[in-house]
Design a protein around this ligand. Structure first.
Ligand code: GTP
Ligand code: MG
Length: 439
């Protein structure tokens, strides 16, 4: 998958990075996209549709006022790729009972653990029920995962999957989420479909998720359709996205057959699960670049007037810091104040501009654990407060100090490069004028 994304990024930045964009360049872009998508095993029909849509929209649609052809093409390519891979992000927040199913070795048990971890991180209390008594070591595997996460698990002593669900659900009545791991088979045969149907009748799950490995490519869609017909599913989790170039095909084929992809497995570790969000996925795949400028133009500045006013006048709080780095991850370094103060994103350390998602999440927990006063005046945060905040956020004290350090650094840089001389002519000056501020 990484490979697939990289190839698209290279192609798009190579062609759209040229000084002039004309009809030939767009054709070249379409051909390049076709080649990459077909190589990644995306269905020919879908690739053909995508090419036609891009061609029609680039050559026949009127370019919206205020956009260059380059921007229009980027927007079209972006939207068509999102359209190919699934459009909307699907939610799963309030589901109480989740049943996982799928063929042998696809990652069900690992994913059960990953989901438990996912809900744990959201502050919920998950519990696991082992329903795979088909493979001898299956319960032991799930038990180890449960122990590692410190999550309760129910295993039936008599190795009866139906009793396991019945008893487990009773036992975990007070848990927020119950995750049920089931047994796999080589194929979706009669035995498996009957077992799953019966388990479903007892468990009455809110969510029945089919686990499919990404390397199945476009066969993933067929498999989802088949499972849906025989046992009924509410969504799909595509695992092993990290090990294949065919992930794009798996995602597009699921979407084409009407199956909603809800999560992606991106590694063997228990925190390597991502909620699937096609828009984010494509943005990331396209490598930000031009896209940010474009989205910026569409959304204008994400910065609210009152925040802009405060920041311009020198008060840059921890919350602003968080909004800015979160914005950078979403829209690239050209969001908000980064856009307004040229040179800012190049002056800031790489570590801040491209912050790892994990770290960003940590920072969010930390900032959420602060009092309003601390958020607005971080200088009052000394040792004992650091300790309390770290505990509240479930992180190390070092993480809190790191955040404070990076915040201070960003603040300093903003002050320096944001000085009168380097203010971007136009935007910030205009804003400042509007707010009656003088530099
Ligand atoms: N690289 C990678 N490996 C994964 C991922 N998810 C699962 N695996 C690995 O795939 C293998 C099979 O995973 P399991 O969770 O045991 O699969 P299962 O569907 O429960 O298998 P059965 O119960 O035997 O049908 C293990 O080695 C996992 O570590 C993933 O997202 N990425
Ligand atoms: Mg298993």
């Amino acid at each position: 998958m990484l490979d697939f994304g990289k190839k698209i990024t290279e192609l798009v930045s190579n062609i759209l990075g040229r000084s002039t964009i004309d009809k030939d360049a767009i054709e070249e872009l379409i051909k390049g996209l076709q080649r990459i998508l077909l190589q990644a095993d995306v269905d020919v029909k879908l690739v053909y549709e995508l090419s036609n849509n891009i061609r029609n929209r680039c050559f026949k649609e009127k370019i919206p006022t205020g956009f260059t052809l380059r921007e229009h093409v980027t927007k079209v390519v972006y939207e068509e790729l999102v359209g190919l891979l699934g459009k909307e992000k699907s939610d799963i927040s309030d589901k109480r009972r989740i049943m996982l199913l799928g063929l042998y070795g696809v990652g069900k048990t690992t994913t059960a653990g990953k989901l438990a971890r996912y809900f744990q991180k959201k502050g919920k209390r998950p519990a696991l029920i082992a329903c795979d008594y088909h493979r001898p070591a299956a319960t032991e595997q799930l038990k180890q995962i449960a122990n590692q996460l410190n999550v309760p698990i129910h295993i039936d002593d008599e190795r009866n999957p139906y009793n396991a669900v019945k008893e487990g659900i009773k036992r975990f009545e007070k848990s927020d989420v119950i995750i049920i791991d089931t047994a796999g088979r080589d194929t979706l045969d009669k035995e498996l479909s009957q077992e799953l149907k019966k388990l479903g009748e007892i468990a009455k799950p809110d969510e029945v998720l089919l686990v499919i490995p990404a390397d199945l490519g476009r066969v993933a869609g067929q498999q989802a359709a088949e499972f849906n017909k025989l046992v009924g599913i509410t969504g799909v989790i595509v695992t092993k996205m990290d090990g294949t170039a065919r992930g794009g095909a798996a995602l597009s084929s699921c979407y084409a057959t009407g199956a909603k992809v809800k999560f992606l497995g991106v590694g063997e570790k228990l925190d390597q699960l991502e909620q699937y969000d096609p828009v984010r996925f494509v943005s990331r795949m396209l490598g930000m670049g031009d896209l940010q400028t474009l989205m910026e133009k569409i959304k204008e500045s994400e910065l609210k007037e009152e925040d802009a006013k405060r920041i311009i006048s020198g008060k840059f709080t921890l919350k602003d810091f968080y909004d800015q780095i979160a914005g950078m991850q979403k829209m690239g370094p050209l969001s908000g104040i980064m856009e307004m103060i040229p040179g800012l994103s190049t002056t800031l350390p790489e570590e801040i501009v491209h912050m790892q998602e994990e770290k960003l999440k940590k920072y969010k927990y930390i900032i959420d654990s602060m009092t309003k006063e601390e958020r607005e005046n971080p200088e009052i945060i000394h040792a004992s407060r650091v300790k309390r905040i770290a505990k509240g956020a479930g992180v190390q004290e070092k993480d809190v100090r790191d955040l404070l350090k990076q915040y201070e650094l960003t603040k300093k840089v903003i002050k320096k490069v944001g000085g009168t001389a380097s203010l971007k002519r136009g935007q910030l000056a205009k804003l400042a004028k509007k707010f009656g501020l003088k530099f």
